[in-house]
Write a protein that binds this ligand. Structure first.
Ligand SMILES: [Zn+2]
Length: 239
């Protein structure tokens, strides 16, 4: 696992420099945002300890395996640490991929059998968890949440945005030859675009995505990414 300190309050933990989760420093310990792939639990606890702290909360952006893979192991090692996920996404975490009547009627890719771990806290849009504000960002999955650190305007984007592959920042669902996975595993592109606009309006100073590197001062990259998504998704609708 690669460990990268980003500023004074954020640590990026990644596998293959591809699958990210993050430790966010709070006054009472570390909030772990996502749990990376299976087998990561002990290393994430060690990463928090190496930084002189302990994991005191776990929050999940969404239910895909590469974000929840380490959850069972972490829960076994840290049984008293609360686990939070969005209210809508909790159903997906439990393996229920049924859609609500008001949701676009498309199958949700990438939902497996479900996790045996039951979250302790269900989050709604705008709720705070430590210094992180939950931002409802449906599109990649129906109940996806991003988290915005209100102390330093760092956006933990989950898979609503990505920076993997050549081309810098991308909106979930945008296809690029060097990173086709986001397009394959994004549920509803029009919602993903609306969510990206919502995130851009927060004017983040830094974006820490689920896949790819952390970027600073992303305003210009954000405009370009939204423009590309708009054109790509429009072509797909016309086809
Ligand atoms: Zn995902």
């Amino acid at each position: 696992m690669q460990i990268q300190q980003v500023g004074d309050r954020l640590i990026r933990c990644s596998r293959l420099r591809m699958f990210n989760c993050y430790l966010v420093r709070e006054s009472d310990g570390m909030t772990l945002v996502d749990t990376c792939t299976a087998g990561s639990g002990a290393q994430l606890i060690a990463a928090a300890r190496a930084a002189g702290s302990e994991i005191t909360r776990i929050v999940l952006t969404h239910a895909h395996w590469d974000h929840t893979g380490g959850l069972a192991e972490l829960h076994a090692l840290l049984p008293d640490v609360p686990i939070a996920i969005g209210t809508r996404e909790a159903r997906l975490l439990a393996g229920d991929d049924s859609l609500d009547p008001n949701e676009p009627d498309r199958p949700i890719p990438g939902i497996g059998r479900g996790s045996a771990v039951t979250p302790t806290t269900l989050l709604r849009d705008g709720e705070m968890i430590g210094s992180l504000k939950a931002v409802a960002t449906p599109g990649h999955t129906p109940g996806h949440l991003a988290f915005f650190d209100v102390r330093n305007n760092t956006l933990l984007a989950g898979d609503a945005l990505y920076t993997l592959g050549i081309g810098g920042l991308g909106v979930a669902g945008t296809f690029r030859w060097t990173m086709p996975v986001s397009a394959w595993f994004t549920w509803d592109r029009p919602s993903a675009l609306v969510s990206a606009r919502r995130l851009a309006a927060l004017r983040p100073a830094r974006i820490a995505p689920g896949h790819g590197r952390v970027i600073e001062r992303p305003a210009g990259a954000f405009d370009r990414a939204i423009g590309i998504a708009q054109r790509q998704f429009q072509r797909q609708t016309l086809r």
